[in-house]
Design a protein. Structure first.
Length: 125
């Protein structure tokens, strides 16, 4: 009986340890998500509401000739009120939905991790 009681105590302690570790992992993931959201919003508002081609080049991390190809792609958002301006929020949304299309059409091969670095305003390697 003493041995079975000892095993129950060990299992109980293992469960408590597992629960604490799981809680720590979940909390860390949550905090990272919050931080990622803050970084995204900070980088998003780094760009003007009506972007110019130079802003697009910075956002897509490419040259102006490459921007010319991007803005000619199907469905790329344009500002209807001001010529040669592009609505920031719609550009972000379009880029998010069209990464694979851009990769195929323009040969800009960026991974999801590189895309997140671009959103956060970090340079890619």
């Amino acid at each position: 009986m003493n041995l079975s009681r000892l095993l129950e105590d060990i299992q109980s302690q293992e469960y408590e340890l597992f629960e604490k570790r799981l809680t720590a992992v979940i909390e860390k993931a949550y905090l990272q998500g919050v931080e990622d959201g803050r970084e995204y919003m900070k980088s998003k508002f780094e760009y003007p509401e009506r972007m110019r081609k130079s802003d697009l080049a910075k956002f897509f991390n490419c040259s102006l000739p490459q921007v010319e190809k991007i803005i000619r792609m199907d469905g790329f958002p344009r500002d209807k009120a001001v010529q040669a301006r592009y609505p920031r929020d719609k550009v972000f949304e379009w880029a998010d939905k069209n990464i694979e299309y851009m990769n195929e059409r323009l040969g800009i091969y960026i991974s999801q991790a590189e895309w997140l670095r671009l959103i956060r305003g970090q340079k890619t390697s």
